[in-house]
Ligand binder design. Structure first.
Ligand code: NAP
Length: 339
């Protein structure tokens, strides 16, 4: 085992778009697990849009990171040493750990990953937090059912790609917004969406929707916000449901724009607009993971991962989320499993 451990810290709070200077890589000794803790070697770490919010000082649903603190997020790793943590060396686990080669964690904060169920990286994607978000957002919040027209933004990403497939399994017509022709082809050819819209190739989102969703929109899964959402609001059918999952188009904004306001569109449609957090559904996480694993095994849900190699490149993987560089779940591969 190497003697040093690399860890990424938040070096300063970004104003607007973060860049490489937002991150600092430090090196110190590999930590020792305390009583009840395990030492975990990172295999994959997850970069997620919500982390942008944690870089801000202000109030948020997630505790802000302090400048100088290690960055943290979803990690899949291998237990190297267990000090009464309830795991064996070689066990694959997942938890909220530091962006580092090695990290310690209380056994109670780690969850076993079954390497026979699916590739272990999926515990951060389709079988992990993004998959569960898609599961509950689509079924419970957007309340999709057969015959609905379901529209999803960020459709080729980790959450959107799974949400669209679940809506399809529910019998809906599924339309996805994504940022390139290649992503639209992925939606239509690989995931079975009925139509994809490359939002970077049109200014008139409402006209694009009229073509792709001629009967209006019954359920809208919003990952992006901004002008696309303004356009979708004008095409909502009576009793439509809007699941506000994310607003990535605004995460780097220094001020949230206030107009034009499209709320009059909600009067005629009597639509329900509901924000949600995946952790609201925590008591049902097992149900979601089991169902998603079944769908992945049967081929009803397929998934894509974009894997960046090397801990040192984690900031680029994170920054790439805001440029649409990922298809499916963006991961960083840090280490290999011991044979
Ligand atoms: N509520 C919850 O509990 C919860 C949980 C997980 C995630 N989320 C939210 O769900 C959303 C998707 O998360 P994810 O992890 O699946 O990320 P992701 O979709 O895999 O990656 C982000 C994608 O957003 C798109 N994007 C970036 N900037 C954009 C912009 N200005 N306008 C339109 N699209 C833009 C890019 O794709 P294009 O090429 O298509 O632009 C990019 O690939 C995020 O908003 C996230 O915050 C919410």
């Amino acid at each position: 085992m190497p003697e040093t451990n690399r860890t990424y810290l938040l070096s300063k709070r970004p104003e607007g778009k973060p860049d490489r200077d937002t991150f600092e890589l430090t090196e110190e000794e590999v930590p020792q697990p305390g009583p009840g803790e395990a030492l975990v070697r990172t295999l994959y770490l997850s970069v997620d849009p919500y982390m942008r919010d944690r870089m801000n000082a202000g109030e948020s649903y997630a505790e802000p990171w302090a400048v100088g603190d290690p960055l943290r997020g979803g990690v899949v790793g291998e237990v190297v040493e267990s000090n009464g943590a309830g795991f064996e060396p070689g066990d694959v686990v997942t938890g909220n750990l530091q962006w580092a080669d090695y990290a310690t964690a209380a056994g109670t904060d780690l969850h076993q990953v079954d390497p026979d169920l699916a590739p272990v990286s999926t515990a951060l994607g389709v079988l992990g937090m993004p998959g569960r978000t898609a599961y509950f957002g689509t079924r419970e919040v957007a309340d999709v059912s057969a015959g609905d027209t379901f529209v999803v933004t960020g459709a080729a990403g980790a959450v959107g790609s799974v949400a669209g497939q679940i809506a399809k399994l529910s019998g809906a017509r599924v339309v996805g917004f994504a940022g390139s022709d290649e992503k639209v082809a992925f939606l239509e050819d690989d995931l079975g969406f009925d139509a994809g819209i490359n939002y970077k190739a049109t200014d008139d989102y409402a006209a694009a929707l009229d073509e792709a969703a001629p009967n209006g929109v019954d359920a809208y899964y919003d990952n992006v916000g901004g002008e696309i959402t303004d356009a979708v609001f004008t095409r909502l059918n009576v009793d439509a449901r809007v699941a506000v999952c994310g607003q990535i188009s605004l995460y780097n904004a220094e001020e949230i724009p206030t107009g034009p306001r499209k709320l009059p569109a909600l009067i005629e449609s009597r639509a329900t607009v509901e924000g949600f957090l995946v952790q609201d559904f925590m008591p049902r996480f097992e149900e979601a993971t089991r169902k998603l694993a079944e769908w992945v095994a049967s081929g009803d849900v397929t998934y894509r991962e974009t894997v960046t190699e090397g801990l040192e490149n984690a900031p680029d993987a994170f920054l790439g989320l805001f440029e649409g560089e990922n298809v499916g779940k963006q991961l960083v591969k840090v280490g290999e499993r011991d044979a």
